[in-house]
Design a protein. Structure first.
Length: 347
């Protein structure tokens, strides 16, 4: 119901599978999830060229040493596999199911979930991603789930791949075991919901900036951050001048999901404004009251959310847009469906 971008089709990758909820079997509602430590710190390469140098990052007493394999450091595109696994695990937790560290994934389902093609080259790229995730070694003092694990570990411990015999040899299914560090973060509910358009962002730096905005702004109205601090936290290997240009282009395009980006050349600061929080108003155009039956239906479409809170958000949205709905109760239910589809259950 709330438009995330004014003209997304010109700035985002095409959505290959708009009816994603029809084919996603294991991830309830196709809600994307990621763990917060991965969003806050630069674990991943922002280039598709193999990055083989050891990376060291420190910020406010927290440090990470990342050692690539001969195939290179895991990239932000390789991370799509982990987002899929985290989403799958969180869906199972919500359904009250057991969640072992070993996750079984369907190659085709994963490619479709992440808005990729399903040709032979796409399956090969998926297998290369698994190799980089398994080969990249981490040592850090960042605590997940009340555990400070400073031993070395991979982003995934193992992967067992089943491929079709002959033909293009595509990946049919895979079982992978997540690292204890990542698994602890999931079980401790250190996760955030991502917008589905995350997979449609064209550039690695756009994905990384979105992750940082999502982690640090969250549900707040807005935050500001210095460009040099954002550059450091992004893990970008480009110089500050190049990074500043990328931020300026992102602000001009105004296509980041969930947040508007404002860049101030004078102060050299970036402001992220939450698109999901409309301006406060004194009164909404529609002043009627919702019936108990409608509130019950809405609750079924947005489980876990406080209906009075969502009603208030809906009324503010109507006022900000100057909308007087012809069928208010149906409009409110649709609003709740859209709200849950973008944000999932409240964290």
């Amino acid at each position: 119901m709330v438009a995330d971008t004014p003209n997304p089709e010109s700035n985002l990758q095409p959505e290959r599978y708009p009816q994603h909820d029809l084919f996603i079997c294991d991830v309830a509602d196709a809600v994307l999830k990621d763990v917060m430590p991965q969003m806050e710190h630069p674990f991943y390469s922002l280039t598709k060229k193999p990055e083989t140098a050891i990376r060291r990052y420190e910020h406010n007493g927290q440090w990470i040493t990342i050692t690539p394999s001969v195939k290179g450091l895991a990239t932000i595109y390789d991370k799509d596999i982990l987002i899929y696994c985290i989403s799958q695990i969180m869906a199972k937790i919500r359904r009250g199911e057991s969640v072992p560290r070993t996750v079984r994934i369907s190659g085709r389902e994963l490619l479709m979930f992440t808005n990729r093609g399903t040709a032979g080259k796409d399956y090969k790229a998926l297998i290369d991603s698994l190799d980089r995730l398994e080969g990249t070694r981490i040592r850090t003092n960042i605590i997940t789930g009340d555990v400070e694990d400073s031993t070395g570990f991979g982003l995934i411990d193992t992967s067992n791949i089943k491929r079709a015999h002959g033909g293009d040899g595509r990946l049919i299914s895979c079982e992978l075991t997540l690292s204890a560090w990542l698994y602890n973060a999931i079980c401790a509910n250190e996760v955030l919901t991502l917008h589905r358009d995350y997979f449609r962002l064209r550039k690695p730096i756009e994905r990384r900036i979105y992750e940082l905005a999502r982690k640090h702004c969250g549900a707040q109205p807005e935050i500001e951050i210095r460009v040099d601090t954002l550059h450091k936290k992004s893990g970008s290997k480009g110089d500050l001048k190049e990074f500043r240009r990328a931020v300026r282009i992102l602000a001009e395009g105004n296509h980041l999901p969930d947040y508007q980006v404002h860049f101030d050349d004078v102060t050299d600061r970036v402001r992220f404004t939450n698109r999901g929080i409309p301006p406060k108003i004194d009164a909404a155009p529609w002043q009627g009251r919702m019936s108990p039956d409608v509130m019950h239906q809405a609750r079924e479409h947005a489980p876990g959310w406080d209906m009075h809170y969502l009603e208030g958000e809906w009324r503010r949205w109507l006022g900000a847009k100057g909308i007087t709905p012809r069928a208010p109760e149906k409009n409110f239910i649709k609003f709740c469906q859209s709200w849950f589809g973008k944000r999932g259950a409240p964290q």
